[in-house]
Write a protein of this length. Structure first.
Length: 262
């Protein structure tokens, strides 16, 4: 059985960032393995370590810079890695979910995994739709926001526990092959060992272009028109005096605001 783990780099902006004509200066941006994907990587590696899966492969859509991110997955125990990129993708300011899903699906069709894992969402854009869109394109079963995962390779199914809105939970059985989006807290992501880091640096990352995957159109339907710091407006009124005087002033403020009756 093979596991495919989709990962992405997540951007974190410094508190003192500045915006110019080209957007946020790269000096104020750091990139790291997306938090939710870190849990998906751990889930995939655990399946291999438990003997449930034979191999875990990581795939990402990103520029050469993102190799540092995917090497973190390799350092944590993923067997192989694939990175998708070309100049046409570089021209897109913001990739939409559909484009990402088509590219990831093309890799999945080549790898033919039984289980596809990915984070529930990315911490920078928060879309939370790529995993489900990928399942739809592949024709796989799926379950989102999975907080427990028990894969029965011989039975061709997985028992999952997923979180729903309003604090509700659901337990269900999903036939394989399937896509699961992993919630934080499902496990405890490991730290990459020094040995793992060294081994990851020596591993070759397979780089593919959309053309290699048979994807001809990577034009995103999302357009980044403007980037700006929102205006922050606030008013604060300080109440002075002892507790009794402050209480009287607060009563006046609430009365003027129509919160309390005359």
């Amino acid at each position: 059985m093979k596991v495919l783990v989709t990962v992405t780099e997540s951007a974190e902006v410094a508190d003192d960032f500045a915006i110019d004509d080209d957007g946020i200066d790269e000096r104020h941006v750091t990139y790291d393995l997306n938090e939710w994907d870190d849990y998906a990587v751990e889930a995939g590696v655990q399946l291999v370590e438990a003997g449930v899966a034979d191999e875990a492969v990581a795939v990402t859509v990103g520029p050469e810079r993102s190799e540092e991110t995917i090497r973190k997955a390799l350092a944590k125990g993923v067997d192989r890695a694939v990175r998708i990129w070309d100049d046409a993708l570089a021209e897109q300011a913001l990739l939409d979910v559909s484009t990402k899903a088509r590219l990831l699906a093309a890799v999945a069709e080549e790898e033919d995994p039984d289980v596809v894992l990915g984070g529930v969402q990315a911490s920078d854009d928060g879309f939370g739709a790529t995993g489900v869109a990928l399942a739809e394109r592949l024709g796989y079963e799926w379950a989102a926001v999975v907080s427990e995962l028990d894969v029965d390779a011989e039975g061709g199914e997985a028992n999952v526990h997923r979180e729903l809105e309003g604090g509700l939970h659901e337990r269900l059985t999903v036939d394989l092959p399937a896509v699961f989006t992993i919630q934080t807290g499902i496990n405890e992501p490991r730290y990459a060992s020094l040995r793992g880091i060294r081994q990851a640096q020596s591993k070759e990352i397979e780089t593919k272009t959309p053309a290699d995957l048979g994807v001809s159109d990577v034009t995103s339907r999302l357009e980044l028109r403007e980037l700006f710091v929102p205006d922050a407006e606030s008013e604060a009124e300080y109440l002075e005096g002892d507790a009794e005087e402050q209480a009287a002033q607060l009563a006046d403020v609430l009365r003027d605001a129509g919160v309390v009756a005359e």
